[in-house]
Design a protein around this ligand. Sequence first.
Ligand code: ADP
Ligand code: ZN
Length: 606
Amino acid sequence: MHEALEKWFGFSSLRPLQQEAIDAALLGRDALVVLPTGGGKSLCYQLPPLVLDRLTVVVSPLIALMQDQVDGLRLNGVPAAAAHGNLTPAERQQLRDLVESGELRILFVAPERLFREDFLRWLGARDVAAIAIDEAHCISQWGHDFRPEYRRLAELRERFPGVPVQAFTATATPRVRDDIRRQLALRDPVEIVGTFDRSELTYRVLPRQSLVDQVAEAIGRHRDAATIVYCISRKDTETLSTRLNARGIRAEPYHAGLPAEVRSRLSADFRAERLHVVCATVAFGMGIDRSDVRLVVHAAMPKSIEHYQQETGRAGRDGLPSECLLLYSGADAARWRLLIERAGAEGDQDPEVARAQLDLLYHMQRFAGRARCRHRTLSEYFGQDYPEPNCGACDVCLDELEQVPDGLVIAQKILSAIARTGQRFGQSYIVEVLRGSKSEKVRSRGHDRIPTFGLLREQTAMRLGNFIDQLIDDGVLVRTDGDYPVLQLNDGAKEVLRGEREVVLRTPKGDLAQRPRRRRRAGRDAGEPARELTSPEQERFERMRGLRRELAGELGVPPYVVFSDATLVELARQRPTTRAAMLAVKGVGPKKFESFGERFLTLLAE
Ligand code: ADP
Ligand code: ZN
């Protein structure tokens, strides 16, 4: 096994859970493997067929995703292929030959393809050592990414009796895990559940105050690094990228409404490092496997922690420190709630699914609204303890929020304005009253004569809106649902007004750009030095990135497929001068050395 690992992937060791998953596969056991994004799931199904010298079939939801893996594997010399509708007849024939001659080791296939009767019959007659189901959570309607075509995977048991099935996913709450186990009819599966915490990610949650400024500032902290900004709507992606471009930050919008050729050009540019900033809907990501994404911004709150974890999980897949910034406002939750209810009302959806979604949304809202360690909250959500008292990598633990000194008084003023205006108005109107607006609306109702009129005029409207969100999150104020949400008091609000309940309001401390960088944490793989690159190392890294881009261009593959950032960092540090020294670097195997080794050695010698 270790020989194969070194030979095909250039890795000297397996991560502990990879070892368990691979052992299970080598023993022909069923398995359920739950590892966070970046945890190294692919190796768990890629290595066993190379050790066993037999074929593994990998079911995967997206062609783009498969194709990248196939490109990467072939660069390592692994006989791998993907079966999908875009193959030419010649390619299809070649694939068939490779399988029939027993040379192919890894065959990727999308469920739609797999269940074509002719294909299934053909594959059923071949020697299949194992079936791996990637993104297995797609089978569950309790999950966040239900794909009806995954339901048919249950049939595999009958079609391939005796062939072990291994399911892989990055996001699974215990309920989804149960569902996977049951639907795939896993037989006494080995269960491997990794740590969900992504210690290399720094999480920040800020009230959305001035979106473009906040996004631009975050990008400024990660110059020339890959950034994904997730927006809820197509229109938002366009507006935001236009405004970023106006500030000299090159950004492109990406959403499912764009013509296919534009989308594929954008993903190709992003992967080839010709484009760094993409403002996207969730349509962007599943197929984008760039491992050096250093910043993921959510311009609005996603609708579940599963989505958040999956989208932020696209940062730092190479294990290097990266940032995740969530900009949220209470209005985001209202917007999602409306969408979910509408889908339910229009009968598009089973009411059970809508209920499950509202529940997922509630947890997301709690995550954003509370000032509680983000690493801890995420870990606990996925059913895991988080022992560290201070994670050193979230806005809360880094002490980036401060308590507003007179929070209780501000809260009382807000609640009182709501009470005095009859609990009939939405947030923006209440803010107008508190800030002393002389608008016709306010005057005509006589609200310029109530005692709270203009009492918080020194606060910006954005900040007041954020305080209102915090009060809602704290459970001392209610925003009704529906198209015209209004603010209403509850029992908690009454306690606050009577001074019987403490309220803490928080506000970010100010410019993050001027803050010292957080202390670096050790990387994922043991023994990785936990320090920043020195400036000559940084320069070598940048030069090698250039070479990598060039090679990737020549081969027509994404750059990270040539070498990952983590490998370039090690090369920059160790600066090998010989073949042996270069082969000792993680991620450099004999086949890759043969293809690119000399060019990197020459560059390093320079
Ligand atoms: P996942 O599919 O779980 O999101 P990947 O399989 O894409 O994760 O792996 C994430 C990164 O970790 C990749 O860059 C991969 O090359 C690297 N990696 C995986 N296993 C190892 C290992 N044993 N040693 C070093 N790096 C590894
Ligand atoms: Zn923390």
